[in-house]
Design a protein around this ligand. Structure first.
Ligand SMILES: [Zn+2]
Length: 93
């Protein structure tokens, strides 16, 4: 049966992400344990004028930090330009 990480672990993940000086924020953090496997997913909010190469590097750094703290987890991040989620879905296209 799948279970969510406990609150302490979720807060630990948020702290790791927010400690990265180039990440503005995160949202949609999803965590799941299923048997011996665990999964961590989130959206990273990054500066909108950042290049794709920079966004990729930062994502790799964040994923590496989380993997250090949760070695058995598969970590997946999605990159959002900061401020995007404030728009309505129709504006977003
Ligand atoms: Zn998002």
């Amino acid at each position: 049966m799948d279970t969510e990480f406990d609150e302490a672990d979720r807060n630990r993940i948020k702290d790791i992400v927010k400690a990265h000086k180039e990440v503005i924020s995160l949202h949609d953090l999803r965590t799941r344990r299923a048997g011996h496997n665990s999964f961590i997913q989130m959206h990273l909010e990054l500066p909108p004028d950042m290049t794709l190469a920079e966004a990729h590097r930062i994502s790799d750094e964040v994923e590496a930090e989380i993997t250090k703290a949760f070695p058995d987890a598969e970590v997946l991040t999605h990159q959002d330009p900061a401020g995007l989620e404030a728009m309505t879905p129709l504006d977003r296209k």
